[in-house]
Write a protein that binds this ligand. Structure first.
Ligand code: DP6
Length: 366
């Protein structure tokens, strides 16, 4: 595939200088929560509409890759440990992924990888770990490339290639290679935006949103009822698909403007609308899915009421599941935590909720 937008994809490096010792690379990379939702894809993991998210501070994947050169070069070999235990499922998935990207990174076929991964957040919170783990792996592959070939010395190239690689593993992972807010998908008014990889939104964001907090209210900790791939596929025949993609782009333009100007009212309006759009799409898919739990609805109603009665600028978003993300600025943290303890926690499974906030992005650990 030719990619005029990302020249660094065309370097296709191969290791020519043998090295004998095992080498090590490590990255810690965050999960993210989308405010404008990616739902519907085509071709090679390309989004039907642009999406926008922020990366978490505390919900991360820690991933280390030990690698050595193999004698023969037919396909990449992977040993994979999750939380210290071998996982055949992930081993096969990662070998398949490395094979898929080997046209652009032929050196992966020369290597034997020993990958160890663990998450700093519990499995059962409804925070998807695919974005954090796949972005960590993509960043590690870019570090290996740059350590050997110095092809990604320019940070912009490095992160764009990492985002591109992460996208091929899981769409939302493309946005996790950055801290703060990031955007994935082409928008006519943003020249740097593209469906190929995500870009960070840093300079544009009003300081109002620097300290955004997220209380994840865990309504149900069971794994997702609808896998992302299945959910995206439902959009292929969805009667409202065309309108949805149009509205998502409009929402994105509106949210982008709100983030730039510090327009909290529109931030709240659009963020909540997007959560409802995602769930309305699932309810009206064929087959239809209801991912809200009665407790999700009770929490949503209480959040709206609290905002109306107390005039506090808080709002919610929801991923493809029943758990509610309560978003609020740091200044009202005490009020919000009282609200959670007095009114919301009763709707949470085993009274479980977790604190997170907007983070500064992945870090190289090794
Ligand atoms: C509802 O990124 O998990 O969380 O590309 O198939 O891996 P794949 O899907 P995935 O989809 C995420 C969907 C979402 C919204 C979002 O994060 O934008």
């Amino acid at each position: 595939m030719m990619n005029p937008e990302l020249a660094v994809l065309n370097t296709r490096p191969v290791i020519t200088k043998a090295f004998s010792q095992e080498r090590l690379v490590g990255w810690q990379s965050p999960a993210n929560i989308a405010l404008i939702k990616y739902w519907g894809k085509h071709g090679m993991q390309l989004p039907r509409n642009p999406s926008l998210s922020f990366s978490f501070k505390y919900s991360n994947t820690d991933l280390t890759v030990a690698y050595k050169l193999m004698g023969k070069t037919d396909s990449p070999k992977v040993d994979f440990l999750f939380d210290g235990k071998p996982s055949l499922k992930f081993k096969i998935r990662i070998e398949d992924y490395l094979n898929r990207i080997s046209d652009w990174m032929p050196f992966v076929k020369q290597l034997h990888f020993r990958i160890e991964s663990s998450n700093t957040f519990p499995h059962s919170t409804g925070i998807a770990s695919s974005a954090s783990s796949m972005s960590a792996l993509a960043l590690a592959l870019c570090s290996i490339e740059n350590d050997h070939f110095q092809t990604l010395e320019n940070p912009k190239d490095f992160y764009r290639k990492a985002s591109w690689l992460a996208r091929l593993a899981s769409g939302s992972a493309a946005r996790s290679v950055y801290g703060g807010f990031s955007l994935w998908g082409k928008l006519s008014f943003l020249v740097d935006s593209t469906d190929e990889y995500a870009i960070p939104l840093k300079k544009e964001i009003n300081t109002q949103f620097n300290d955004l907090r997220d209380a994840v209210l865990v309504v149900n900790s069971k794994p997702k009822a609808v896998s992302s791939s299945f959910g995206h596929a439902l959009m292929d025949k969805h009667p409202y698909a065309r309108q949805r993609y149009e509205v998502a782009s409009n929402h994105l333009a509106g949210l982008y403007q709100a983030l730039r100007t510090g327009d909290v009212e529109n931030f709240i309006r659009i963020t909540e609308l997007e959560a409802m759009h995602l769930h309305a799409l699932m309810m009206t898919s064929e087959p239809s899915f209801m991912l809200f739990h009665p407790s999700s609805l009770a929490i949503i109603q209480k959040i709206k009421l609290f905002r109306q009665q107390k005039g506090k600028m808080l709002c919610y978003t929801v991923d493809a599941g029943p758990n509610i993300h309560l978003l609020y600025p740091v200044e009202i943290q005490n009020d919000v935590e009282d609200f959670i303890k007095n009114d919301l926690i009763q709707h949470c499974e085993n009274q479980k909720w977790i604190r997170d906030e907007i983070g500064t992005g992945p870090i190289r650990t090794k």
